[in-house]
Design a protein around this ligand. Structure first.
Ligand code: ZN
Length: 258
C-alpha cells in the first residue's frame, strides 16, 4: 500500500534499547503542545533530537509528513509510565488537529498495525496525569472515521466493554494504588460498575492533597505518588529529584512491598 505521507528518519537523544521483553500492544497519541504556544513540526523534531526535555517519541506527525525518531523495536520516553512505554509506540501529532493532520496520523497507524497487528489506541492522559493529547482525545473515537474503510485493518475500536472485576472493594482499591488499573478513563472503563465504590475507597486510603515537590512532607508526597500525580518510572524520578528514594521507600511501605 502506498504511503500518503513522506517519511524521514532522525534519531532522538533519549530512548531505551529494546522493549524489556514485552510485546507492543498499544499506540499512545500525543500532541506537541498547546496550539496557542505556536509549536512547529521542526521545533518538535529538534526538541527530541537534542533531548532537551529528557523525553522522546517514535513519531512526529502532521499533514503529509512523518519523522521517525525512535525505532519501533526500542522504547521511547513518552507516556510518563514505564510499563506503558515498554509496550507502546508514541505518536506526537500536530495539536491543531486539522482533517489532513488526522488523515496522516491514521495512515501512519494503519502502517504500524500492518507490522504489529491490531493495537489498542489510547491518549497520553490515559497513562499519566496530563492534558495531552488535547483535541485528539479520546483518540480511538477521534481517529475512527479516518481509520475505517478499505484499509484492511480493523477500524479503531472503542475499547471493548470489560465486565466489572471481582474481589473486595479493599482488594481492588489496593490494586488501583499499585497502578494495576491505570488512571483516568482507563481506570473507569476497567473497573466498570465498581468504579465509584472502589474510587471512594482509594480516596479514603489516601487523604490529603499533592504538595510541592520541595516540601519535606514525605508522607504527603508518597500519597500524591499513589494518586498518580507524579507519574511512573523516569518521570517520577525526575520530578521528585533528590526526594525520590525516601518517597519511593515510603510508597513501597504503604503498598506492603518490602
Ligand atoms: Zn503527551
Amino acid at each position: 500500500m502506498s504511503h500518503s505521507y513522506t517519511l524521514n528518519h532522525r534519531q532522538a537523544a533519549c530512548f531505551t534499547p529494546g522493549r524489556g521483553g514485552n510485546r507492543i500492544t498499544t499506540i499512545v497519541i500525543h500532541h506537541w503542545d498547546d496550539p496557542a504556544k505556536n509549536p512547529s513540526f521542526n521545533g518538535t523534531v529538534d526538541w527530541f533530537v537534542t533531548g532537551r526535555g529528557r523525553n522522546s517519541a517514535h513519531y512526529v506527525v502532521e499533514a503529509g509528513r512523518v519523522t521517525r525518531l525512535v525505532a519501533e523495536s526500542d522504547t521511547a520516553w513518552h507516556a510518563g509510565n514505564w510499563p506503558v512505554n515498554q509496550r507502546s509506540i508514541g505518536i506526537e501529532c500536530n495539536p491543531r488537529a486539522s482533517e489532513a493532520d488526522k488523515q496522516t496520523v491514521a495512515a501512519l497507524i494503519r502502517d504500524i498495525q500492518s507490522r504489529h497487528g491490531k493495537l489498542r489506541i489510547i491518549g497520553h492522559k490515559d497513562a499519566s496525569s496530563t492534558a495531552c493529547p488535547g483535541r485528539y482525545y479520546p483518540p480511538a473515537q477521534v481517529l475512527a472515521p479516518y481509520l475505517g474503510g478499505n484499509s484492511g485493518v480493523p477500524a479503531a475500536p472503542k475499547p471493548p466493554a470489560v465486565s466489572a472485576p471481582g474481589g473486595s472493594v479493599d482488594e481492588l482499591a489496593r490494586a488501583v494504588l499499585a497502578g494495576k488499573y491505570g488512571n483516568g478513563e482507563e481506570r473507569k472503563r476497567r473497573l466498570g460498575s465498581r468504579y465509584a465504590e472502589v474510587q471512594r475507597r482509594v480516596n479514603e486510603l489516601i487523604a490529603g492533597k499533592a504538595p510541592a515537590p520541595d516540601s519535606p512532607n514525605l508522607d504527603a508526597l508518597a500519597n500524591a505518588v499513589l494518586r498518580g500525580e507524579y507519574g511512573n518510572g523516569e518521570e517520577r524520578r525526575r520530578r521528585l529529584g533528590h526526594l525520590y528514594q525516601p518517597v519511593q521507600d515510603l510508597v513501597n511501605r504503604k503498598l506492603g512491598i518490602r
